[in-house]
Design a protein around this ligand. Structure first.
Ligand SMILES: *Cc1c(COP(=O)(O)O)cnc(C)c1O
Length: 394
């Protein structure tokens, strides 16, 4: 009954992988050994899954926050200093943080459309007006699966605009990348293959235990330029343990790194891309079903469409106080019955459920809907707004 935020499910096969990785205690920062080869294979699979060139460069990270930071750093080293990065209001907060760390980038927030996706026309006019003032673009960020409402940006449209202006096109696909596993759903993230770089998580929809994400870029040269150093004490040999031209430590921030690749490798070997596809498809169906189930109550409203595995719904903001929504979420959490979280859509508080776990079934979303509606039944009547009168507490 855990539907809060974007919470990964984990899986049984990876438990064994973690035991093996712990026994081996490999250092995946570099050198020539099996664990590094496993990571390279996982990176290759990731690029192929998304339709990026199989010779793309990539590195495993602690998650998408780190992977998005790597993107901002690579984009910066590939573009002029002082250039502008375009990030939508609906992007994850780690993107703003990444741009703050990259001090040479000027951050420009892009408006969203009525469904919470990056406004392509808004982006276009911002890029044009900055361009007229002589400001070069650094990076344009699109999101595949927004953290608020699970929306998918027009990746092809944003990618084309980025290319037209000479900007680095980055896609934050933290959980949305998993849609690529499904033949039926892959089309929803089409355009991701145009990206200069992509960040996504294995520890979310891919059901891999925490923590593991990946940064991918089709520009190996820019990737190395951003991070590669060759100090004397890390000199490479042609043969032996010090062999291998590019080590993972050349592609990111960390030198000593654990063997999290085995967890991903084992998950994909055990269940296959098809296994992940079935989970992803069911999560999307269950989120859509949950939306229908809560709308049975005439006091309830919901987002127009469920793009992925996130359903946002709320007690009618015109008729009831906004804070009923957070009270419902809080009460269910505190009673230990279910976990949903809240966010804001159009400036109002809404309840938010994210279906992400392979163990979640129809009976769980039915139980969640019943709990939510019972709680709304308890709280809403006393929170009704009297027309023409200011709401309580305002
Ligand atoms: C979860 C998430 C992130 C942050 O990823 P972490 O793995 O938690 O660091 C970034 N963007 C989106 C869209 C997310 O859902």
């Amino acid at each position: 009954m855990f539907f809060g935020w974007v919470q990964g499910g984990g899986n049984l096969a990876a438990v064994g992988a973690d035991v093996v990785a712990s026994v081996m205690n490999s250092n995946c920062g570099g050198r020539s050994h099996a664990a590094v080869e496993v990571e390279r294979e996982v990176v290759r699979w990731s690029a192929e899954l998304l339709g990026l060139p199989s010779e793309s460069s990539g590195v495993l990270t602690t998650g998408s926050s780190e992977a998005n930071l790597l993107a901002a750093l690579v984009a910066q080293s590939a573009r002029p200093l002082g250039a502008v990065s375009y990030v939508a209001r609906s992007a994850h907060s780690c993107m703003e943080r990444a741009c703050r760390v990259v001090k040479e980038t000027h951050l420009c927030f892009v408006p969203t459309d009525s469904r919470g996706r990056t406004s392509v026309s808004g982006l276009s006019s911002l890029m044009n007006s900055y361009g007229r003032r002589g400001n070069k673009p650094a990076m344009v960020v699109a999101t595949a699966g927004t953290v608020d409402a699970g929306m998918i940006d027009d990746l092809a449209g944003i990618g084309a605009l980025a290319r037209e202006h000479g900007a680095w096109f980055h896609v934050d696909a933290a959980f949305g990348a998993a849609l690529a596993c499904s033949d039926a759903l892959r089309g929803r993230i089409s355009g991701i293959e145009l990206a200069d770089s992509v960040a996504f998580d294995f520890h979310k929809w891919f059901q891999v235990q925490y923590s593991c994400g990946v940064f991918l870029t089709r520009h190996r040269g820019h990737h190395l330029k951003a991070f590669s150093t060759t100090p004397d004490y890390l000199a490479r040999f042609e043969h032996g343990i010090a062999a291998g031209e590019v080590w993972p430590c050349d592609l990111g921030i960390a030198l000593s790194r654990g063997f999290s690749a085995l967890r991903v490798w084992t998950t994909l070997r055990a269940y296959g891309i098809d296994g992940i596809a079935r989970v992803v498809e069911r999560c999307c169906e269950l989120a859509r079903s949950l939306r229908e189930l809560v709308l049975v109550d005439s006091r309830m409203r919901a987002q127009a469409e469920v793009d992925t595995c996130v359903a946002c719904f709320w007690v009618d903001h015109d008729a009831y106080d906004d804070d009923v929504n957070s009270q419902v979420a809080r009460n269910l959490q505190e009673r230990g019955e279910a976990v949903i979280s809240t966010t804001r859509v159009g400036g109002k508080t809404v309840m938010r459920a994210c279906v992400m776990c392979h163990r979640t079934e129809q009976r769980h979303v039915e139980a969640l809907a019943a709990l939510v509606l019972a709680e709304v039944g308890r709280l809403a009547p006393s929170r009704a707004r009297v027309p023409g009168q200011a709401a309580e507490g305002q």
